[in-house]
Design a protein around this ligand. Structure first.
Ligand SMILES: [Zn+2]
Length: 281
């Protein structure tokens, strides 16, 4: 009997702002062996960081996988045609069908943990000091899921922003000049994402148009100037929104509380403050 094969694939990416790039940067695809009907599923990861992937089958008829389903794994940065698993036909005289959805996100969502001992550099030039308009749990916007551990440093547009921790630049957007006081302006915010050695990331938000001093793939050191601050996106005035986050096992953004370096080796959690804190590099 003729082997009938039907394939259905849906793909989702977790960060909507990256969605337009996702097909080229991360891709799950499969190749079918016409001789025995088996199908090998692969991934290509063109991101500068590891990507977690979750593959769930909504249809799998007369086929079986050589791994446990749903399938979860971490695809190393820069992998091309990275083999995930093989599906084989159970009964070759019958038709087969498969359909799956793919979700993926940066870092190791399944086993990653933030290194809570790491002490961050307050992300502007040494010796400068700016107020904090909103800290952890702030009532304007830091109460929202995925944003609870964020800090807004109030500073004039054009202030030099420094990396808070060593890492690799994985995303830069600095082409926007728009801002507004409601959430609908969120996607107009310019930002840089830096990936850290423990699989967490930092976002530096509301940057000035053309204000990035780095590009995707650059390795940066804590204290190095990476951008100029601005007032783009969902913003009520010039400031830098800074947050460290990772993706959890459900591939949802989980913001992380971090400590910052102060004089005499002190490491503190920053609070809302008019006078703010001195950056100590
Ligand atoms: Zn903020």
């Amino acid at each position: 009997m003729k082997n009938v094969f039907i394939l259905l694939i849906l793909s989702f990416f977790i960060l909507p702002s990256h969605a337009k790039d996702s097909e080229e940067l991360f891709e799950v695809f499969n190749i079918r062996n016409e001789e025995d009907g088996s199908t090998v599923v692969y991934a290509t990861n063109n991101y500068m960081c590891d990507e977690s992937v979750l593959i769930e089958f909504n249809t799998l008829k007369n086929m079986e996988a050589d791994v446990k389903l749903p399938f979860r794994t971490v695809v190393p940065a820069g992998s091309k045609k990275y083999k995930l698993f093989t599906l084989t036909i159970k009964n070759r005289s019958k038709g087969s069908q498969l359909g799956y959805t793919t979700r993926f996100c940066h870092g190791n969502a399944f086993e990653g943990e933030h290194d809570d001992k790491h002490v961050y550099t307050i992300p502007y030039k040494e010796g400068e000091q700016y107020g904090i308009g909103q800290a952890y749990g702030g009532r304007f916007s830091h109460y929202m899921k995925g944003k609870t551990h964020a800090i807004d440093f109030t500073m004039p547009e054009g202030t030099s922003i420094c990396a808070a921790r060593d890492g690799i630049v994985i995303f830069v957007k600095d082409d926007s000049n728009k801002h507004g006081k409601t959430i609908k302006y969120q996607s107009y915010g310019n930002y840089i994402t830096i990936y850290h050695s423990d699989g967490t990331m930092a976002n530096y938000f509301h940057l000035k148009k053309n204000g990035s001093k780095v590009k995707v793939g650059d390795k940066v050191k804590a204290g190095e100037v990476i951008a100029l601050s601005g007032n783009t996106g969902w913003s009520s005035g010039p400031h830098l929104h800074f947050q460290v986050f990772r993706f959890d096992e459900n591939m949802e953004v989980k913001s992380v509380a971090t400590k910052f370096r102060q004089v005499e080796g002190k490491a503190i959690i920053l609070k809302k403050s008019k006078e703010g804190y001195l950056s100590v590099h």
